[in-house]
Write a protein that binds this ligand. Sequence first.
Ligand code: ASP
Ligand code: MG
Length: 240
Amino acid sequence: MRIVLKYGGTSVGSLEKIQKIASYIKELKNSFNEIVVVVSAMGKMTDELLNKASFFTKEPNKREIDMLLSIGEQQSIALLSIALNSIGCEAISYTGTQVGIETFGDHGDSQIKNIDIEKIESKLKEQKIVVVAGFQGVNSVGDITTLGRGGSDTTAVALAGRLGCQCRIYTDVDGVYTEDPKKNRLAKKIGKISYDEMEKMSASGAKVMELRSVKIGKEYKVPIFIGESLGNEDGTYIVD
Ligand code: ASP
Ligand code: MG
């Protein structure tokens, strides 16, 4: 069985957390023989990188911002792969460019056009865990692009769509709620939600899943699960 897992910035926010994720993935290998992991930049790294650029100018060149921001996810994939390999779980990391995540559109707001999944498929056959950088791709002139803030969700769902498998998004909330649980303590968790409903929620500003990723999930009928890190099955399923 095949699965795509996605870990957001909070979930990979420290080396200890990355280590825990690695142990969890090792265990999951008993149930899924083919695992692809998509990760975001650690914690607030993307914001910190943006701050660095603003030291020089209020309007930094967008191509260079994409170049800069892409290192956040690149750090995460390398660290997670090192952690996995160190516990005897063979893993290999790839940037968006390396796995041919071709994009079109503007820097900082690019959209995925195609993913060349051959490389991923061949590594999965070798029983390796494939760790892919979220949020980034490469455009027709070979420049690094990014997909817009929160874009790692899109990478994960698009990959699951292309690989024909389910996608599990692990984040800092344990599912989708009727309202923002941080603002309203009476908000209730939703066990199952349709793509259309989820799309409405994301469009109206719910931060739990990025809007574009929900649309891609709907288009390719990707079964999506949203939950808290590390194997807690009690989250929200997005279904047809
Ligand atoms: N690191 C990027 C961001 O902070 C992408 C992501 O987290 O999905 O927006
Ligand atoms: Mg995020």
